[in-house]
Design a protein around this ligand. Structure first.
Ligand code: PMV
Length: 331
């Protein structure tokens, strides 16, 4: 059997109903379902080059070698792909480029593993549909199960112990509701606690963890309703509340997980004020200090200008809701 180099791009996604807590930390099975949108242009381009000369996978991202926990996760995904390719022993050289800063709470691992699953399956001749790719990507990083798909995506938590039903599914494509996205970058270098470690600590020690899981079920229902109605006020209510609930769980974790910087809070207040003034906008924050703001098309310029002025916001990236993972010829 011959294998061929393949390249794929996958987008980052921003969760509107968050994933924070693994019921199975090896298979990355969550306690609750989550919902996200894919962001256009921001993401990962990954090239997988199988080679009979390698006795271990090697991976480089943005010219830096991947090792430790990161390489173990890559190994897990590549092993699955090799099994599906008939248990081949051929390892691969892998090169990734992220167009978002790595490990700053902007889901660069989601796009990286969705791109790895997509390029890896193509390189090893595995014919995988989106559901299968989502299941493979999930085993590198939970939120990667959502980055395989474009547009508005739900990750079903699933019920099974083997995770076969824990998969992403597209609810609507990128054109369904053309909101704009702004990323307000608040830089503090690499974050100290990885999301994997953080969520395990929260599940063990945060007194609010049980309530959080229940909240997510309700928020998912309300979020789906707001999206079905294309009602941005209803969406803002549920998305911001869910984000703040997750950060409350994080802050009540022992020792506390404090991802915010002063600029993070300043952006929150600016978005709330702008919405009260009639601009269509809402905020959400992952496991880091940067803030993602979704806006209506008519509000984007004003909201971008206001948050760009905030001290501690290094820059504001403007984008839209985008498509899912895809192969890139000659990438
Ligand atoms: O997939 P992970 O292990 O990078 O976890 C992602 C966790 C959050 O970004 C905070 C929330 C989410 O649902 O994306």
């Amino acid at each position: 059997m011959t294998f061929e180099r393949a390249a794929a791009f996958a987008p980052i996604n921003i969760a509107l109903v968050k994933y924070w807590g693994k019921r199975d930390p090896v298979l990355n099975l969550p306690y609750a379902s989550s919902l996200s949108v894919a962001l256009a242009e921001l993401g990962s381009l990954t090239v997988v080059a199988p080679s009979a000369e390698l006795d271990a996978n090697i991976m480089v991202v943005n010219d830096e070698p991947v090792d430790g926990a990161g390489l173990i996760k890559v190994g897990r995904v590549m092993r699955l792909i090799r099994q599906m390719a008939g248990n081949t022993e051929v390892r691969a050289g892998i090169r990734g480029v992220n167009t978002v800063p790595t490990a700053q709470g902007l889901a660069s691992s989601a796009s990286a593993f969705a791109a790895l699953a997509t390029a890896g399956c193509a390189a090893y001749g595995v014919d995988a549909d989106e559901t299968t790719l989502s299941r493979i990507a999930r085993q590198g990083s939970g939120s990667a199960s959502r980055s395989v798909h474009g547009g508005w995506v739900i990750w079903h938590k699933g019920e099974r112990d083997d995770g076969l039903d824990s998969i992403g599914e597209q609810l609507h494509d990128a054109d369904y509701w053309p909101l704009r996205a702004l990323v307000a970058h608040v830089d503090i270098g690499r974050k100290k606690v990885s999301s994997t470690e953080g969520m395990q600590q929260s599940a063990r020690t945060s007194p609010f963890f049980g309530a959080w899981v229940e909240t997510c079920e309700r928020d998912l229902r309300d979020c789906r309703w707001a999206i079905a109605q294309r009602d941005i006020d209803a969406l803002a209510n549920v998305v911001e509340a869910n984000c703040l609930a997750m950060h409350s769980v994080m802050m009540a974790t022992r020792p506390p997980l404090m991802y915010w910087q002063p600029a993070t809070l300043a952006v929150i207040h600016a978005v709330r004020r702008l919405r009260a003034e009639g601009f269509e906008c809402l905020f959400t924050i992952d496991a880091g200090p940067s803030v993602v703001v979704l806006t209506g098309q008519g509000s984007v310029e004003r909201v971008a200008a206001e948050i760009g002025r905030i001290e501690g916001v290094a820059r504001v990236t403007q984008t839209r809701i985008g498509g899912g993972a895809h192969l890139v010829p000659n990438g």
